[in-house]
Write a protein of this length. Sequence first.
Lengths: 249, 274
Amino acid sequence: MNKNIIQLKNIQTIYEGERVPVITDINLDVKTGEFISIIGPNGAGKTTLLETINGLLDYAKGSGTVFGKEIKRHKNCIRKDIGYLIQNYEIDSLAPFLCKDVVMMGRTGKIGLFRFTGKKDWDKVWYSMGLVGMIDFASRPIGKLSGGEFQKILLSRALSQQPKILLLDEPFSNLDYTSRQQIEILLNRLHESYNLTIIMVSHDLGFIPERCNRVLLMNKGKIILDEAKSKALKSKIVKNTLKNGRKTI
Amino acid sequence: MIELPLGLVGISVLGAILAGFTCSTMGTFVVRMNLASIGYCMSHAAFAGAAFGLMISIDPMIGALIFSFITAFALGPIAEKARLQSNIVIGFMFSLMIALAFIFLNYVPGQSANAKALRILWGSILSVGINDILLLGFLSFVIIIFVVIFYKELVSIMFHRKLAESSGINTKMFYFAVLFFTGIAVSFSLRIVGGLLVFALIINPTSTAYQFFYDFKKILIFSPIFGVLSCIVGYYLSLTSDFPIGASIVIVSAIFFAIAIIISPKRKKGNGKK
């Protein structure tokens, strides 16, 4: 746990056609193997920060590197080693894709152009589906799953990539209590076994995994607190910000 | 039954098969991307091109191909630049092409010239030449290679473009390529079934395949099979009944679709897998 895997300096991200930046003055160093939770009210810029890290959104100001490579220049390359769990969205119930194929899609960038999927890739798919307990759903149509099952398949998709960094946007949304616990245990296990760097967005303080060692609090596009988990959970700023945030939602 | 020279029948059947194959293969992507109107857009681009060809006194088919190429090539980048859904840009191009066609036709003297340009919209399978077959054959080969080599990228983009991008795929390039190949498949097939009916070859076989499978790979395999079958059966129906060939092909593909809806395993309870 010593090398900076992500470095963001004075980052500002603005959506196209907008004047007000969604996130601004973001300075963040993340070391290999850190497990970070980003919390904050709706509209704080949490998802924008994740998508700035993997280059899905271009930053307007500042500089950012991931794996020592500039994000803007090497986004396609760095994304191959970043697993991303997108915030839950509605899937068309007639979508013509099987769960196993959706999980395999996570490996597409990693396999590379002009190469076909092989037995090794399928082994990774079965393994990651097994990790989230969805192996029995392999041949089920993706549109026929419940919200929680779909979320697990998307997590499995991100894991099949064998990422060095895992970006999780609200991984516990749509999950029932038991599934939340299963996923929390899995994230703790992955972090412990593979020294995986995990950055997780959450708005629920009650579900910050045990192995999470750092908490970032965001509000109005800025990181207003960056502390160890134990300190952050006791912080008045955290409680007040989340409380005020809820009132405005 | 109409008596036709065997060579002519052979060439036109082959043309119909190739048109059915290319259009319904690309139709798999078009239906998933909700871009059904691309058929109208490309056929009217060809119509405008034919009118342009007549205006400057060159073969209208050459004009049609040039306009189709330019339109197919421009659709993706314009949609990206304008930050609009591709369907909106297709609508814009469609209206622009009709307007251009009318302007060009205004400068072409005589009714027969107008009829020549309109022939692009109706199509005429019996006027298909060996060059059309070679073009469609080459296009079919390129589409097969494209789909086989980039299947994993294409299927990933069809599922969710942003997620595909997040795993390191250059989605823009593939998105443009799908639009381009679809546009070209439509323009090469115009002579066979006509610009208005080519739409059916894109939509109907894929919609039929959708009734049976939840697996994109199977839809991609069976959509061209239904497309080719529609063309063969439609051609036979046309010869035996004296119906226009394009219309017969469309009727057959519509019947296939109707049968698929009735016998679709997706509507049977307790059989959701397939």
